[in-house]
Ligand binder design. Structure first.
Ligand code: ADP
Length: 651
């Protein structure tokens, strides 16, 4: 056997650097490796490792007898055993002996942990024919070794994990203080170094002792090679992460290392984090649910609803509001109010800002305008803006509620119009009744008078005076005209005014009407400007005469101070046109459009000054339209009026 004891072998530094991960037996083994020991014995004198050559020399042909007492193993090498005994008592030594004709010498060194506990003994053997290393080198190596051993021991005890090392005979070969603290195992409890007893003391601390013990014992079997880790839960709430791995010497498993790390805080933190995550998740789900419900209500609400953020962007809105802007809801979310509603932005933006600045709502604002959805159409809304606040009272934005009231407004306008019309109808009826009464009564009084005169004359046996008869007949005609006008008006209303049309030459026709038309007024003169051609139209002779007579009578009637009434018939394009011009009171411009309405009388023609039921022009209008013609007026107040009607010429 050859060897070299000179210095710390290469690789020692690496072992030294990784010392924090090694247990006491490992320390012993590391020291042994550093020394290139031939033999390693633990503190109880059991063989930990033995060079196979030496094992052979001691008579153990099948390899290193780890775990056996050294007396049993080294029976054939008493000189070596003696040196080992001395070293186990703490004293290093040198010894020599013969074996198979070779002189051997051994350096035997006790190995101590940091707490002074002896870990074991390392022996290094060499043949004496190898030149001796200077003793100073050996000493130096040993001192270095002891120093490193104490460092390793200190490191072992200072690590945060509790570590225990158990050999294959279930004897505890090392443990650190942290291990004792974690499991509450006193020095006395571990004195015997019996792993099973220590396990029995520790097991009651665990929640599931049976499983715990079974797991440890299973891994203590020499066949259990694998590294593994698991979690041990203690009754007092602590949680340990346990790792176990085989302890090897060279390729040989000589025991098992167990390390425990207290992961209670991390576990609780993890559990708390998981709980918080779950709570957050469930809160988020609840929130999403609420939003879904809210969205359903929002989107099916018949009114426009929106939530506008501080930067005046739509954060939420419903279909009804988006539809007002002519878009879909998704297109508007996140967009500026200004972009989406440019037509009303200048009105609504200042209001929204006001709500956010003052925190006070604006309720029931009436707004009218056009929206892109219905261009060119005025729509009306009732709009309210409310501040939207956080639970802490901070303003988040503005909630907008837009209620469409266009239909109501139209209905209201229609109601008002109908009411006005109804009132107007009532007024017209009342006016008509009083006018009709007045108009009917007017001829009755002279009629009655003339009849009484005639009665008196007949009673006195005298002849009835002709002028009484004529006057009475005039009043009867007047009554007949009034009654006929009323009948015609009601026929027109019922759509029952009928025409009997025939070809008429306007020139002859007008001449005929004029021959029947008698004006007794000395203030007026009448001129007829005849057409140069007959101008034939298809017309109802009687009805057309009624129209012309009415226009002529009005021309005289509404020219109280006299003047010339000018009648003209002419061809204009494919039409025959008849015009009656007077120099009378004229018609206010704003009244002209209503002249042809039933019962209409212009305000400058009071009933007291000018009789009439306001039916003549209404009847004329209807008769002319039934002939396929038109009737209209040109007039200037106090400068006279010209009434025209035109009829299609007969082809
Ligand atoms: P009335 O019986 O009241 O004359 P009309 O229908 O013939 O009824 O005329 C309607 C109204 O038109 C008159 O009350 C009067 O105010 C106005 N009017 C008609 N003709 C003339 C006219 N030639 N000059 C001024 N006003 C006229």
């Amino acid at each position: 056997m050859k060897g070299d004891m000179s210095t710390v072998p290469p690789g020692w530094e690496v072992l030294a650097r990784s010392r924090a991960t090694h247990s006491p037996p490992e320390l012993l083994l590391q020291v042994a490796a550093g020394l290139r020991a031939t033999l390693v014995v633990d503190s109880r004198g059991r063989i930990v490792w033995m060079d196979p050559v030496l094992a052979g020399a001691a008579g153990w042909r099948d390899g290193a007898p780890a775990g056996h007492p050294m007396e049993e193993v080294l029976g054939g090498l008493p000189w070596l055993k003696h040196a080992l005994d001395t070293a186990l008592e703490g004293t290093e030594g040198l010894c020599e002996g013969h074996e198979h004709g070779q002189r051997l010498s051994a350096v035997v060194v006790p190995v101590f942990g940091e707490d002074g506990t002896q870990l074991g003994v390392c022996a290094r053997l060499r043949t004496l024919d190898t030149p001796k290393q200077p003793p100073a080198g050996e000493r130096q190596a040993r001192e270095h070794l002891e120093h490193q051993t104490s460092v390793l021991r200190a490191t072992f005890d200072s690590i945060a994990d509790g570590v225990i090392v158990v050999d294959l005979s279930r004897r505890i070969t090392a443990f650190n203080k942290r291990f004792q603290e974690m499991w509450g195992l006193t020095d006395e409890m571990l004195e015997e170094r019996d792993a099973e007893k220590a396990l029995a003391s520790a097991a009651p601390l665990v929640k599931d002792p049976e499983r715990f013990v079974a797991g440890i014992l299973r891994r203590m079997l020499p066949s259990s090679e694998a590294e593994n880790s698991d979690i041990v839960e203690l009754r007092d709430g602590r949680v340990f992460e346990r790792k176990s791995l085989p302890q090897r010497l060279g390729d040989t498993i000589i025991g098992r290392v167990w390390s425990y790390r207290d992961v209670t805080v991390e576990r609780h933190a993890q559990a708390e984090q998981a709980r918080l995550l779950a709570a957050e998740q469930s809160a988020r789900e609840r929130l999403e649910e609420s939003f879904a419900v809210l969205d359903t209500f929002l989107n099916h609400a018949p009114i426009g609803l929106g939530f506008i953020g501080k930067d005046l962007r739509f954060l939420r809105l419903n279909d009804a509001l988006a539809a007002l802007h002519g878009r879909r809801r998704e297109e508007e979310i996140g967009r500026l109010v200004r972009e989406m509603t440019p037509h009303v932005a200048s009105t609504v933006e200042p209001l929204m800002r006001q709500v956010m600045e003052t925190g006070r709502p604006i309720i029931g604002l009436d707004m009218t305008g056009e929206v892109p959805a219905t261009p060119g159409q005025q729509r009306h809304w009732h709009v309210s803006y409310y501040p939207v606040r956080t639970a802490g009272g901070g303003i988040l934005g503005v909630g907008a509620v837009v209620v469409e009231v266009t239909a109501e407004r139209h209905a209201q306008a229609e109601r008002e119009r109908l009411l006005r019309e109804a009132r107007e109808a009532v007024r017209i009826r009342d006016d008509f009744l009083s006018i009709a009464a007045h108009e009917l009564k007017t001829p009755l009084t002279p009629l009655k008078l003339h009849l009484q005169m005639m009665k008196a004359q007949v009673g006195a046996g005298r002849l009835v005076a002709q002028h009484h008869v004529d006057k009475a007949l005039t009043q009867v005609s007047r009554l007949a005209v009034l009654v006929n006008d009323l009948l015609d008006a009601s026929r027109i209303q019922a759509g029952r005014l009928e025409l009997c049309r025939e070809p008429l030459s306007l020139r002859e026709f007008v001449r005929e009407v004029l021959s029947d038309f008698r004006s007794t007024s000395p203030l007026h003169s009448l001129e007829f400007e005849e057409p140069g051609e007959p101008l034939v139209v298809m017309a109802d002779r009687g009805r057309l005469a009624q129209v012309l007579t009415n226009l002529l009578e009005n021309a005289f009637k509404y020219s109280p101070t006299g003047g010339t009434v000018h009648l003209r018939a002419e061809r204009v394009g494919g039409e025959a046109r008849v015009s009656v011009r007077d120099e009378g009171i004229g018609i206010p411009e704003d009244q002209q459009a209503h002249l042809f309405e039933r019962f209409f009388r212009a305000r400058n023609a009071p009933i007291s000054g000018f009789g009439g039921l306001g039916l003549g022009l209404y009847i004329c209008h209807d008769i002319i339209e039934r002939h396929g013609g038109r009737i209209w007026v040109e007039s200037r107040l106090e400068h006279g009026s010209t009434f025209h009607f035109s009829l299609p010429l007969a082809s």
